[in-house]
Design a protein around this ligand. Structure first.
Ligand SMILES: [Zn+2]
Length: 144
């Protein structure tokens, strides 16, 4: 089977960063990015366009944005997403969090980041290939 030499273009939005630092995912995380893309594609069929502000992070980018070293972003297994409005982002979080059928095997982390009263983004993490852990679901609040 022929292997792509460069990251498939349909996955490139998962490497977006506002940091002026290298952020090329190693081939070892491409399959994770494909699974993450599949989950986000299913989401967007339900809720419309999804903006990804952070997906894969190189060690440099992760450090620059204050991510923990064990972040799923480092493994290509997490995306920070926003819907059309902060309220829609919150509603989507609540809908996912209350639907047990969608989570196991699909999502391992679902964290709504809220600044003041305004949702900023939803962190969506996927499990390791083949695992279906109990997902971590929570809201992380910051004072504005
Ligand atoms: Zn995140």
């Amino acid at each position: 089977m022929l292997e792509a030499k460069e990251l498939p273009p349909e996955l490139s939005y998962l490497t977006v960063t506002d940091q002026p630092l290298p952020n090329d995912p190693p081939r070892s995380v491409w399959s994770n990015l494909r699974r993450l893309h599949a989950v986000l594609s299913v989401f967007s069929r339900t809720v419309g366009p999804i903006h990804v502000s952070s997906g894969y992070r190189s060690a440099e980018v992760n450090e620059a944005v204050g991510g923990v070293p064990t972040s799923l972003h480092r493994k290509g297994r997490a995306a920070d997403i926003q819907l059309a409005t902060p309220e829609k982002t919150r509603e989507f979080f609540l809908a996912l969090a209350s639907d047990p059928s969608v989570l196991p095997g699909t999502i391992s982390e679902l964290i709504l980041y809220v600044y003041g009263d305004t949702p900023s983004h939803l962190h969506v993490g996927i499990p390791e290939q083949g695992l279906a852990p109990q997902p971590v679901i929570r809201t992380k609040r910051f004072t504005a």
